[in-house]
Each structure stands twice: as structure tokens, then as C-alpha cells.
Design a protein around this ligand. Structure first.
Ligand SMILES: *[C@@H]1O[C@H](CO)[C@@H](O)[C@H](O)[C@H]1NC(C)=O
Ligand SMILES: *[C@@H]1O[C@H](CO)[C@@H](O)[C@H](O)[C@H]1NC(C)=O
Ligand SMILES: *[C@@H]1O[C@H](CO)[C@@H](O)[C@H](O)[C@H]1NC(C)=O
Ligand SMILES: *[C@@H]1O[C@H](CO)[C@@H](O)[C@H](O)[C@H]1NC(C)=O
Ligand SMILES: *[C@@H]1O[C@H](CO)[C@@H](O)[C@H](O)[C@H]1NC(C)=O
Ligand SMILES: *[C@@H]1O[C@H](CO)[C@@H](O)[C@H](O)[C@H]1NC(C)=O
Ligand SMILES: *[C@@H]1O[C@H](CO)[C@@H](O)[C@H](O)[C@H]1NC(C)=O
Ligand SMILES: *[C@@H]1O[C@H](CO)[C@@H](O)[C@H](O)[C@H]1NC(C)=O
Ligand SMILES: *[C@@H]1O[C@H](CO)[C@@H](O)[C@H](O)[C@H]1NC(C)=O
Length: 520
């Protein structure tokens, strides 16, 4: 009697065990993955869609400007003394306009950024503060002419000065608002043939930082005005088919690679726009996360550092590594970013920690990390006072939620510089030291608000319940099987599972084991 029951019980529990193993190891993860995908994919049915389309909170855009405290001495050949003034804080709103959906699971959109000065967060600093900084237009024009036609640099310099009845100057006193957004004027309404050559070049290959004035007679230069607008179109993978491709940018302005670097490798568009990443597969955590920065015509990557706790959640923490902006001798991959000679004393490429933006922006701007963090000693030596790299303040990083791929917190920190070059034919530059001169740096950062933290925690909790249930099912099935096996062993009846072939094949080892146990 008991034997018959135990045989049935054992058979049922063995079958339940097999089913629960299949469900818990294959079915559950598959269902969970599908559910997560449904919530994160770029589709108007998904939970994340609205947050992707319009960031629920503004980014914080902080600008730190290097005030030159000894401009006259620099002209006389001394090392620059700088004082960092900031942060000038802006709120940066981001909103996408969907243009359409493409083949191959993509979405096309325009990205609109808008900047608003945050007087409260800026404290005593105002947009009307006047600072002394290097004049990027002036140096930019002279450096460009010097590369193209060194013989006419002196004439161009005189032409630049002619509007003011005196010679212009590599430094300028400027209101913060004008430097960052409103612009300073370059007058092209001139008789000078040297200057009309410069202006003609601007007309053909206008740097992104120069915008034509309304009357068409000149240009305004500002650092960020061209960011305060709509850019694109971007084409991004929606992840409805393959969630691991979610957020991947396929093309920008209709191009699949950036031609500016003249090299297919450096022109690769890799990764996302840093607002969205695929969920992380815990068994295959990506070593690098790429993101594409149209303003510098390239992708940069952050490297996995490890797991970190943030807002009481476990996240993967990534940081921008030294190799991203390494010189070509330290990182061969960077070779194709080395387009122009920076200075005769170098090997046709830039130093450690800097990127020449000339090919990208048509202006001789040089990008680095703030305070030349992770940069060459040689760059720091050029400056007497006022730069001190500090990993805490100057690194770029991302905290990523592994379950959803949501960026919990992140910061991108970039500095813009220009070369101050000694030019014997230009009186204002005949004594200066040649070197990389910092202008300003920005910190563009965001963290998810408490409401989204709670949402994430909630979904993590659900997931851990599901996982617990999964293990409970498995444990119960195993326990029942063991109990059944013991009962069978005691009664001496040999069980058989369902008549299915594959199942009875699976049963054989258990069968043998039971016999073994019986012998002892
Ligand atoms: C969602 O997108 C589909 C096209 O993909 C469209 O037909 C539908 O109207 C949209 N629904 C909403 C609520 O916007
Ligand atoms: C910036 O530097 C100039 C000297 O070039 C100095 O007169 C001015 O006070 C400085 N401004 C601030 C805010 O420190
Ligand atoms: C979609 O993918 C196929 C195959 O990979 C490719 O041939 C085709 O050009 C792609 N279509 C678009 C619009 O990118
Ligand atoms: C950004 O552009 C908008 C209009 O397009 C303007 O109202 C706003 O003042 C600009 N922001 C800054 C910081 O200049
Ligand atoms: C140049 O001349 C203008 C007016 O003619 C004057 O305001 C300005 O201070 C002068 N600049 C220098 C650097 O001498
Ligand atoms: C910077 O230099 C350019 C070219 O010489 C000049 O047009 C512009 O007025 C200067 N900017 C300031 C704020 O002096
Ligand atoms: C782009 O991504 C591929 C594959 O992840 C990588 O091998 C390559 O180095 C990346 N290219 C650049 C320019 O970073
Ligand atoms: C983290 O959790 C602890 C205890 O559960 C709590 O006291 C603390 O306030 C939490 N911190 C945050 C940032 O949520
Ligand atoms: C860079 O400058 C060096 C020394 O002046 C010169 O030998 C080399 O040919 C230059 N390289 C390029 C790409 O212009």
C-alpha cells in the first residue's frame, strides 16, 4: 500500500523536479529578461520611453573659467598664472523629437538641449562677471593662418587690430555670458585683403563655435551657443528585437562614420548618447561602455572599475581611463586622432591627455580633461599657478543599474584649451612661451531623482522576490524528490516516470543510484 503511494509520489516529484529545473534555470530568466526588455525598449508602450524622450530632470551644467591674472607678463614671456572662477551653473534640459522609425529596429530623432542660468546654484557669481581669458578667436585666426600661409600672419594680425585703432591682444576681458553663449564679434566688413582671406575661409569652413551675425558682415564666437539648440538627426537602435543593442547609435546626420578624422577606425560611431544603455548580463559584464559625442566627432569610452553601492543600490561603476586620451605611443588606437602637428618639438601628434579638435571643429581648439587630469607633466609645467589635477573633481564616470541599464549617476568633465604660440612676425606674440593654454572646463552631470530611485528599488525588490520564488520552487521540488527516494528505498519498489522516451532516458542514472542505495 505504502509502496504504491511512495512510488507514485516519487515519480511525480522527479517529474516536478525536472520541470522546475527547466523553469527556474531557463524559463524564469527568459521571462524576466523579456519583461525588462518590455520596460526599457524604445517604444511608446515601455515604462522608460517617456523618460528617454524627455529627461525627467535637467542635467547640471557647471562651467569653471580660468581667469588670467598676469596677462601682460605672459606677453612678456612669463608663465601664466591662472585662477579658476566658478562654477557658473546652468540647468540643461534635454528633449527628443521623434522623426520616425527605420528599418532594422531603429528610431530617428532630433535632440534639443536648452540651457538656463541657475542664479541660485551659482551663488555670488553672475553671468555679468568680467574675466580675463585667452581670446580664442584671435589665437584661432592666427594659428589657422599660420598653418595655411605663414607669410601673411603679420598682415592678418594688423588687420584684426585695425578696427580698434590699436593692436589686438591675445587676451580679452569678457562677460561670462558673452564667452559662453552670446558671443564676441569678429568684424569681417573690412578692406584688408588679409582679413577678407580669413573671412572667406570662415565662410567655407565655419567652426561650430562661430555663428554668422544677422547682417552677414561678421561672426560671433561663443563656446556653447551651438549646443543650445536642436542637433541630429540621430538614428538609434530601439532594442525591441535585440535588447543588447538598445541605445546603440547607428548614424548621425545620416552618416554611419565620422569623416572628419579621415580614417575609418577613428570615425567609428560607437555606443549610445550616454542617456541609455542595455541591461547588463551579469555573466558577461561589458568592460567598456562607449558613448558618441557629436561635438567632438568621436566616441569615448569609460572602463569598468567594479561594483559600487550608490543610493543603497548596487551599481556597476565605470570611469574614463587614461588610455582614452593617451598619446599615440601609449595607445596605438589613438594614432588616427593625431591629425595636425601641434608643435615642432613633438612627433606630429599631441601629448598625453589631449585631443586636437581642429579636424572636427575647423578651429584649433584642444580638448583635455579638467586641469589636464591624466595628462602629460609637460603640459602642467607650462603653467605657473592655477591648475592642479584631482581625480575626485576631474574624472568622468557613470554608475549603471545592471537590471535596467539606467544611468543612476554620471558626470562628463571636459576642458577646452588653445595653443598660445610664439610667432616672431606678430609683435604681441614675439615673446610669449609656446604651450597649451586653458580657457575653461565644464562638468555636465546628472543623477536620477528620488522618485526614479524608488522605482528602481521597487523593481529590484520584485526581481529578488521572483528569484526567491524560483529557489523555493527548486528547493521544494528537490526536497520532495529526496523524500520520495527515501520512501521508495524503504519499500524497495523501483519507480518509472512518464512513458516519454527522453524522460525515461533521463531516469536511468537515478534508477541506478536507487539500486546502489538499496544494496547498502
Ligand atoms: C505608439 O506608436 C505607434 C507606432 O509605433 C503608433 O501607431 C501609436 O499611435 C503610438 N501610440 C501612442 C499612445 O502614442
Ligand atoms: C581676473 O583677473 C584680472 C586680472 O587679469 C583681475 O583684475 C580680476 O580681478 C580677476 N577677476 C576675478 C573675479 O578674480
Ligand atoms: C538593415 O540591415 C540590412 C542587413 O544588415 C542592411 O543591408 C540594410 O542596409 C539595413 N537598412 C538600413 C536602412 O540601414
Ligand atoms: C538658449 O536658447 C533659448 C532660445 O532658443 C534662449 O531663450 C536661452 O536664453 C538660451 N540660453 C542661454 C543660456 O543663452
Ligand atoms: C584699444 O583702443 C580702444 C579704443 O580705441 C581702447 O578702448 C582699448 O583699451 C585699447 N586696447 C588696448 C589693449 O590698448
Ligand atoms: C577677440 O579677438 C577678435 C579678433 O581679434 C576680436 O574681433 C574680438 O573683439 C576680441 N574679443 C574681445 C572680447 O576683445
Ligand atoms: C568601437 O567599438 C569596437 C567594438 O566594440 C572597438 O573594437 C573599437 O575599438 C571602437 N572604436 C573606437 C574608435 O573606439
Ligand atoms: C540606506 O539604507 C539605510 C538603512 O536601510 C538608511 O538608513 C539610509 O537612509 C539609506 N540611504 C539612502 C541614501 O537611501
Ligand atoms: C611635424 O613636424 C615635424 C617637425 O617640424 C616634421 O618633421 C613633420 O613632417 C611634421 N608632420 C606633419 C604630419 O606635418
Amino acid at each position: 500500500m505504502l509502496g504504491k503511494h511512495s512510488k507514485l509520489f516519487f515519480t511525480v516529484s522527479i517529474c516536478a523536479l525536472i520541470v522546475s529545473i527547466v523553469i527556474t534555470t531557463w524559463g524564469f530568466p527568459k521571462i524576466i529578461k523579456r519583461q525588462v526588455q518590455k520596460n526599457v525598449q524604445i517604444d511608446n508602450s515601455s515604462v522608460m520611453f517617456e523618460k528617454w524622450r524627455k529627461l525627467p530632470m535637467p542635467l547640471t551644467f557647471k562651467v569653471y573659467i580660468f581667469n588670467v591674472t598676469n596677462p601682460d607678463e605672459v606677453i612678456d614671456g612669463e608663465k601664466p598664472k591662472l585662477a579658476e572662477i566658478g562654477p557658473y551653473v546652468y540647468k540643461e534640459y534635454r528633449e527628443k523629437t521623434i522623426l520616425g522609425y527605420g528599418e532594422n529596429d531603429t528610431v530617428q530623432y532630433m535632440l534639443k538641449k536648452s540651457f538656463v542660468f541657475d542664479a541660485q546654484a551659482s551663488g555670488t557669481l553672475t553671468e555679468n562677471d568680467e574675466l580675463t581669458v585667452i581670446n580664442l578667436t584671435y589665437m584661432g585666426v592666427l594659428l589657422t593662418v599660420n598653418t595655411m600661409m605663414p607669410a601673411i600672419v603679420g598682415a592678418v594680425n594688423e588687420a584684426l587690430g585695425s578696427f580698434f585703432g590699436n593692436l589686438t591682444y591675445p587676451f580679452m576681458q569678457i562677460k561670462v555670458k558673452d564667452l559662453l553663449f552670446d558671443g564676441t564679434y569678429l568684424n569681417c566688413d573690412s578692406e584688408s585683403s588679409a582679413l577678407s582671406l580669413v573671412c572667406g575661409t570662415l565662410r567655407v569652413k565655419r567652426p561650430t563655435t562661430m555663428r554668422p551675425s544677422d547682417d552677414g558682415k561678421g561672426y560671433y564666437f561663443s563656446m556653447f551657443d551651438h549646443w543650445n539648440t536642436s542637433i541630429g538627426p540621430y538614428e538609434m537602435v530601439r532594442g525591441t528585437e535585440n535588447v543588447n543593442e538598445l541605445g546603440h547609435i547607428v548614424s548621425y546626420k545620416g552618416k554611419r562614420t565620422m569623416k572628419e578624422w579621415g580614417d575609418p577606425y577613428c570615425g567609428q560611431i560607437n555606443g549610445s548618447d550616454a542617456s541609455i544603455f542595455p541591461p547588463i548580463d551579469e555573466s558577461n559584464v561589458p568592460e567598456r561602455l562607449y558613448n558618441f559625442e557629436p561635438d567632438i566627432c568621436r566616441s569615448l569610452f569609460v572602463s569598468l572599475v567594479g561594483k559600487r553601492s550608490i543610493f543603497n543600490m548596487t551599481a556597476y561603476y565605470y570611469e574614463l581611463p587614461e588610455s582614452a586620451l593617451a598619446s599615440k605611443s601609449a595607445n596605438r588606437d589613438n594614432k588616427c586622432f593625431c591629425k595636425k602637428n601641434w608643435s615642432g618639438s613633438h612627433d606630429g601628434c599631441l601629448l598625453m591627455g589631449v585631443l586636437n579638435l581642429m579636424p572636427c571643429q575647423s578651429a584649433p581648439a584642444i580638448l583635455s580633461l579638467p586641469h589636464f587630469y591624466l595628462g602629460s607633466e609637460e603640459i602642467l609645467e607650462y603653467i605657473y599657478d592655477g591648475v592642479s589635477p584631482d581625480s575626485k573633481k576631474h574624472k568622468s564616470f557613470i554608475y549603471l543599474d545592471p537590471v535596467t541599464g539606467v544611468v543612476i549617476k554620471g558626470a562628463q568633465r571636459i576642458q577646452f584649451n588653445i595653443e598660445l604660440r610664439n610667432m616672431p612676425t606678430v609683435p604681441q606674440l614675439e615673446k610669449v612661451r609656446t604651450g597649451i593654454f586653458p580657457l575653461l572646463w565644464f562638468d555636465e552631470s546628472a543623477e536620477i531623482p528620488v522618485s526614479i530611485q524608488e522605482e528602481l528599488k521597487h523593481s529590484h525588490m520584485l526581481l529578488s522576490y521572483v528569484n526567491t520564488i524560483r529557489w523555493v520552487i527548486l528547493v521544494v521540488a528537490v526536497a520532495a524528490t529526496i523524500a520520495g527516494a527515501i520512501a521508495v528505498a524503504r519499500s524497495g519498489v523501483i519507480p518509472a516516470c512518464a512513458p516519454h522516451n527522453s524522460v525515461s532516458f533521463l531516469m536511468h542514472p537515478a534508477h541506478a543510484a536507487t539500486l546502489d542505495i538499496n544494496k547498502h
